[in-house]
Design a protein around this ligand. Sequence first.
Ligand code: SAM
Length: 274
Amino acid sequence: MTGNFWWKEKIHRDFGHAYKVELVFEEKNLQKIQIFKNPFWGYFLVLDGIVQFTEKDEFIYHETITYLPASLLENPPEKVLIIGGGDGGALRELQKIPSIKKIIQFEIDTLVFEVCQKYFFKLSGNYHDPRVSFIIKDGLEGLKESPEKEFDLLIVDCTDPVGPAKSLYTYEFYKEAYRVLNEKGVFIQQASLPVYFPQILKSSYPLITSVFPIVKIVRTFVPSYGEEIAFLLATKEPKDWFNPKQVFKGKYYHPSLNPYYFSIPNTWIDILSK
Ligand code: SAM
């Protein structure tokens, strides 16, 4: 379709946002990849019908999924693993942390990476950085090939638990995630409220709590998604959730936000899983 038209997001048969858009790019590879342009949100990426991020507010999500878990570490992060994140936004924020010496990224879809480097180049981190190893591979397969207790941080910036990301919400995945994190390591995974969160709570939450001793629900507000929820899984109780030892400040993230991020008590799990 050419020109401006109304496009409805296909998150769920009965739910999705609608946007007046211009179609900029569309191709089907492993996933259906679309890029739209909207006067308010700017360019935005859609995978299999679901909005991944918009130019306008992606920094809120990418600062949250990197600085928040990093803030809870006892020592500054050195080795980080990203799963997914083909747009390069998580890499961009991690590269601002001076203590980080090594970043490995497993992204399953080459075309997502190539298309984002073309249309969202200014939002992406620098893949020519010698600290970065970018590998096209399923995140679960990549985990299985990774050494034990290797990473301080594991950031799962994946799509929802449908399509290629299904493998990233399984017991095997969480066992492998626990194995590759060192004893002070911290793990975060996007768990996209409002649609898939109840399903993830029902199916993945019991798996996660059977592997990780510490499991916290993280909430943040990303205007283009509405509420965005991510699990935070720490293999060890951080010294202080609310006054973090590692201090990072972004355009949005600030350590004073930590209490807000953890303001949904785990006792709400059964309420939220309905
Ligand atoms: N910020 C977005 C969100 O919260 O919905 C996600 C951004 S990013 C575009 C999601 C990435 O996960 C995509 O590049 C997709 O190809 C990747 N992905 C999905 N399943 C994967 C898997 N099994 N292994 C590695 N990457 C995967």
